[in-house]
Design a protein around this ligand. Structure first.
Ligand SMILES: C[S@@+](CC[C@H](N)C(=O)[O-])C[C@H]1O[C@@H](n2cnc3c(N)ncnc32)[C@H](O)[C@@H]1O
Length: 300
C-alpha cells in the first residue's frame, strides 16, 4: 500500500528489522534492510535444486529473486518475467504477496512452472503465458491483461549461445541425461547463431517490456559475459549499452550488482597452458524507465 503521509512522525519500529518510514515510496523495507541491500555485491548460496527444477539447465534461485523483488516493489505490486523458465521469479513474487506474469517459449518449462504454481498454492494472481516474448505486448493484451502496467521486471534471458558451447560444465548434465539446451525452437534466443543479431533481438524485446512498465519502474537483468572460441564476448556490457540507446524506449542504466557464487566447484580450465577463468559471478544489471516529463506535450 502506498502512503503519502508527510508528517514528521512517520517511523514504525519493527524491532530487530529496524524502522520503517511510511513515506517510503519504493518498498516495504526498513532503513536497515534498505542499506543492507544497497551494497554493490552479495554472496548468495542457493538451496540445492530438487525434482523437476533440475530439468531446466539455468534456473535462478527464488531466494535471490526475493531479495530483488523485496527491494523494488511493495505488497500487491505487479512483477513481470519475459523469460520465465520454470517460474522462479513468479514463485518469489507470490511468496511475497506480489502479482506475477511470466512468458516462456518452451512448453516443457511452461508446464513445470504451472505445476510449481499449483503446488505452491499462492494467494495473489500468478499468470504464466506460453509464447515468444518477441510478441510480448500482443500476447499480454490477449490475456486480458491490457490494463496492467508492471511495477518491476526481473528476468534472465539466454546468455546467447552459452549453453551450446559450455561443454565441460554441461557434460555433467548430459551424463545424467538432462537437457543442455533450452529448446530446438527457432524463436529461442539461445539458438541465435550471430552475436550482433542476438543483441538486437534481445533489445527489441526490452523495447516492448519498456511499454509494459510503469513510469519510474525498474528492470533487473541477470546475465553474464560469454567465453566462446578463445575470447570473451562482453554480453553484459553490450546488453547494457544496447538497452540505453533505443530512442524514446531507452532504459536508464542505474547500476550493476554482482552476485558472487562462492559455492561453485572449481574446474581445471586451461591449466598449464593459458588463462581461462572459473567464472563464479553473475551480473545483475539495474535499469529504470525514466520519462522526461518536460518533453511530454502539454494537455490544453
Ligand atoms: C536463463 S533461462 C530463465 C530461467 C528462469 N529464470 C528460471 O529460473 O527458471 C531463459 C529462458 O528463456 C526462454 N526463452 C528463450 N527464448 C525465448 C523467447 N523468445 N520468448 C520467451 N522465452 C524464451 C528459454 O526457454 C529459457 O527457459
Amino acid at each position: 500500500m502506498r502512503n503519502n503521509n508527510k508528517n514528521k512522525n512517520t517511523l514504525i519500529d519493527y524491532g530487530e528489522r529496524g524502522k520503517y518510514n511510511l513515506n517510503n515510496k519504493l518498498n516495504d523495507l526498513t532503513g536497515k534492510e534498505w542499506i543492507k541491500f544497497s551494497k554493490s555485491w552479495f554472496i548468495h548460496r542457493p538451496p540445492r535444486r530438487k525434482n523437476n527444477e533440475l530439468l531446466h539447465p539455468a534456473k535462478f534461485p527464488e531466494t535471490l529473486v526475493e531479495e530483488f523483488i523485496s527491494f523494488f516493489t511493495k505488497e500487491g505490486d505487479w512483477v513481470l518475467d519475459p523469460f520465465m523458465g520454470t517460474g522462479s521469479a513468479l514463485i518469489a513474487a507470490g511468496n511475497l504477496k506480489r502479482n506475477g506474469v511470466g512468458v516462456e517459449l518452451s512448453k516443457e518449462y511452461f508446464n513445470i512452472s504451472k505445476e510449481r504454481f499449483e503446488k505452491a498454492n499462492l494467494d495473489n494472481k500468478i499468470i504464466p503465458i506460453l509464447g515468444t516474448s518477441e510478441n510480448i505486448k500482443e500476447i499480454i493484451s490477449e490475456k486480458e491483461l491490457s490494463e496492467v502496467r508492471f511495477d518491476y521486471v526481473i528476468t534472465s534471458p539466454p546468455y546467447w549461445n552459452q549453453l551450446e558451447r559450455n561443454s565441460l560444465r554441461q557434460k555433467v548434465r548430459s551424463d545424467k541425461g538432462l537437457s543442455t539446451k533450452y529448446s530446438q525452437l527457432e524463436n529461442d534466443l539461445g539458438n541465435e547463431k550471430e552475436y550482433d543479431k542476438f543483441i538486437e533481438r534481445q533489445a527489441k524485446i526490452f523495447d516492448q517490456v519498456f511499454d509494459l512498465t510503469k513510469p519510474n519502474g525498474y528492470l533487473t537483468i541477470i546475465i553474464n559475459n560469454v567465453y566462446y572460441k578463445g575470447k570473451l564476448f562482453p554480453l553484459v556490457f553490450d546488453t547494457a549499452i544496447s538497452l540505453t540507446k533505443r530512442g524514446d524506449k531507452s532504459w536508464i542504466l542505474k547500476d550493476e550488482k554482482i552476485w558472487l557464487q562462492d559455492d561453485k566447484p572449481l574446474v581445471a580450465l586451461g591449466i598449464n597452458s593459458a588463462w581461462v577463468s572459473n567464472r563464479h559471478h553473475q551480473y545483475c544489471l539495474i535499469f529504470r524507465k525514466e520519462i522526461d516529463l518536460s518533453k511530454k506535450p502539454k494537455i490544453k
